[in-house]
Design a protein around this ligand. Structure first.
Ligand SMILES: Nc1nc2c(ncn2[C@@H]2O[C@H](COP(=O)(O)OP(=O)(O)OP(=O)(O)O)[C@@H](O)[C@H]2O)c(=O)[nH]1
Length: 259
């Protein structure tokens, strides 16, 4: 059974900082945000985790495999290298939405994101007894996005199609299962999911097709941490391409179930 460990990464007092002493150049803010995300992705990725940029001032990471010392090091290293600091809330639960809720409560309980004196909070407790199926990753991909969109439409109209698919999927998985979906570029969406059956994924894909006409496939994998689960998911997605299937579940042990 899944036991997802999520970390909410929140830049401390960022709103006021962006306009103090006067509004800062937008491209400087974009550079800071994307570099901070790149560093977070690298830090977490080297320890088997996944990081998602979400809104950039708040980012979400799957941190199974990272302990409290790892989190403290991330805060120290960020504070040393950036003009901003980060607070980190950790939450653990079989259901990813509940895990994020717990992670969020820890930070909200310590004060507002815009409290000048709420800095470098570290709350929550990491997983104590890891197991091989703690993390479930579902890697979604739009079918023939290159042929249907990239090679046919201008970039903005392609982007609208992909974003519509993302919006429909993220809402459906959040509401029906507590799964959290993140756009990761191109036509790819990675979801952190609870235990779900092939038929559940099939229903999600059907819902997106019926509501916005975007055609998805998905590979799903489990692992002790996000990297292992995500690699199993990528291999399962290749199985979809190979067999022409919409859903492939590549379990932790590599068994494959499809529809
Ligand atoms: N983040 C991420 N993006 C990917 C990955 N694979 C492909 N992409 C992105 O997806 C875009 C489209 O590639 P594909 O999904 O292979 O192309 P497609 O035309 O949809 O073809 P099929 O998926 O085989 O139907 C690429 O330009 C990349 O931006 C991946 O593993 N991770």
């Amino acid at each position: 059974m899944t036991n997802t460990q999520l970390t909410l990464v929140q830049i401390d007092n960022y709103g006021p900082w962006t306009v103090t002493p006067e509004p800062r150049r937008e491209m400087d803010l974009q550079t800071l945000q994307s570099r901070l995300f790149a560093d977070l992705a690298q830090f977490v990725g080297h320890r088997g985790g996944y990081a998602f940029f979400t809104r950039f001032d708040n980012m979400v990471a799957v941190t199974n495999g990272l302990d409290l010392d790892d989190h403290r090091l991330l805060q120290e290293s960020t504070g040393n290298r950036y003009p901003v600091t980060v607070s980190l809330g950790i939450g653990v639960d079989p259901n990813p939405a509940v895990a994020l809720e717990r992670a969020t409560e820890g930070l909200q309980g310590a004060g507002s994101a815009q409290d000048g004196d709420r800095r470098e909070v570290l709350s929550g407790t990491p997983v104590t007894e890891p197991s091989g199926d703690d993390v479930s990753i579902a890697h979604f991909d739009v079918n023939d996005a290159t042929e249907k969109y990239t090679d046919q439409l201008n970039e903005f109209d392609s982007f609208i199609q992909i974003e519509q698919g993302y919006a429909a999927l993220m809402r459906y998985l959040r509401e029906e299962h507590g799964g959290l979906s993140f756009f990761v570029g191109g036509d790819n969406i990675i979801a952190v999911t609870p235990d779900m059956a092939v038929a559940d994924y099939r229903a999600a894909i059907d819902h997106v097709e019926e509501t916005v006409g975007v055609d998805l496939k998905v590979g799903v994998g489990q692992g002790e941490h996000a990297h292992a689960a995500g690699m199993a998911a990528k291999h399962a997605l290749e199985e979809c391409r190979h067999h022409g299937t919409a859903v492939e579940l590549g379990g932790a042990a590599g068994e494959v179930e499809s529809e």
